[in-house]
Unconditional design. Structure first.
Length: 118
């Protein structure tokens, strides 16, 4: 397990457009973490939520900076400016560049379903 604590920052809302809104966090001090998609958990207001996290630069959408993006399963609310503790529990796959946004969305759905089943 890898624990990351960081403040949620504003992103480009690409995850939201794909059906998976994310809390985006800079990874200063965590650059050593292997890039990829992880089964994760997040504690918000004393409750632990299952989550899907990506550590990487987001090559399919032209990203350049290293970020942690976390989709908190079954959570609705505003997390901007809050400091979260994200626990990366299990790496699901490596980060990769997809040939289309549709292919990315399809893979995110497969990742999400895999994580929800565990």
């Amino acid at each position: 397990m890898i624990e990351i604590q960081a403040e949620v920052i504003h992103g480009k809302k690409i995850g939201r457009a794909l059906g998976f809104p994310t809390a985006n966090m800079e990874l200063k001090g965590y650059e050593h973490i292997e890039r990829g998609v992880y089964r994760s958990s997040v504690e918000i207001d004393g409750r632990t939520y299952r989550a899907m996290s990506n550590v990487g630069i987001r090559p399919s959408v032209g990203g350049k900076e290293l970020l942690l993006e976390t989709h908190v399963i079954d959570y609705e609310g505003d997390l901007y400016g809050r400091r979260l503790r994200v626990c990366l529990l299990e790496k699901i796959r490596d980060e990769k560049r997809f040939s289309s946004i549709g292919d990315l969305r399809d893979q995110l759905l497969r990742d999400y379903n895999s994580i929800k089943e565990r």
